[in-house]
Design a protein. Sequence first.
Length: 435
Amino acid sequence: MSTLKGRLADKIPAWREDVRTLIKEHGDVVIGDATIGKALAGMRGLKALVCDTSYLDPDEGIRFRGYTIPEARAALPKPGSGLEAYPTGLWFLLLTGDLPTADEVAELEADLKARAVVPSYVFGALDALPIDTHPMVQFSMAITAMSNESKFSAAYDAGLGKGDYWQATLEDALDLIARLPVIAAYIYRRAYKGGDRIEADQTLDWGANFAHMMGVDNDDYKDLMRLYLLIHTDHEGGNVSAHTSHVVSSALSDVYLSVSAGINGLAGPLHGLANQECLKWIVTLMDHFGGNVPTEEQVRQYAWDTLNARRVIPGFGHAVLRNTDPRYVAQREYSLAKGMGSHPVVATVHRVFDVVPGVLKEHGKAKSPWPNVDAHSGALQVYYGVTEADFYTVLFGVSRAMGITAQIVWDRAMGLSLERPKSVTVAMLKAAAGI
């Protein structure tokens, strides 16, 4: 038994007992409110989900099993001095609640390498699609196709007991996470680089190998990939991709079907596709002023023009956060440490950061004027030559799949129920309001 699986097997009985006790003895305790406003505004902020892998603090940002992003980056094992932490180490933390040792990450990395064999029919299915099919459509379809490989579905059909659902689910999660960089890199090579597939380098870690298979053999980019995959991994349970996957998984759909459903949600412009929209806004801003890095006054003018046209400035504001997103800060610090500020796109992003929050405060309608993760990520990709903005959400998806699968394994381990909230009609709401 692997260290990861053994650690989970040791912890799950106590976790299950916690859940049973809470349901049996404290099930009537009120933890939130369900108002008409919540029902009609996307249940925004309604406390109705359970997620132990991460928690989004409005002031401090995301906490991975209690660790902030700076804490996790400092504490997780790294492939070398001065390099970013292994994203797979964070996945171990999300799954178990324990910081892994370097040896435990090495064991997990070796297991993923052994599992990173994508069935040939998946590549065949991708090749059957038009070359200009959006990369997220290709990514979702490839994940769905691998449902044919589900160990959970096979075990369930053979009579798997409910207490062991998590074990077969973990096997599917390990297989999927191992294969996703191979699939995503193939989509990149197929869509933009003539279809020449690059084989994995067995000497590289999971994150760096993704960069290698994309064809970006730059050590700094490999390190950026580790950072990117780490900070996008999880964002508690209520975001569209995580929640969608949770709902689908609650019906005992396998990991492949559940993650694919979440990826479809991630592809929306109000969720993961926002990173693509942010870069478009930055490039359009630059083009508007002759392709140069705009001055502060030009940024201010363009920001006001955007707002006065009743459009949002993409990358600024967040549903929960009320300070600058720590994921943005991590990328900004990385760009400054690597001396990337002279690149015109990166310089423009930095200038926008200096100006736009003040404009949004003056405008007065944004609950938070601060940038989120999407406002910076595209600029770093452009710096290293990955200019294909419609691929960025696939990068996001590879990372987010780790958080989603950790949540699904946890759901199955706890024996959480089929999600089935009750609906009401607008007439019922009007009656409740005394209308």
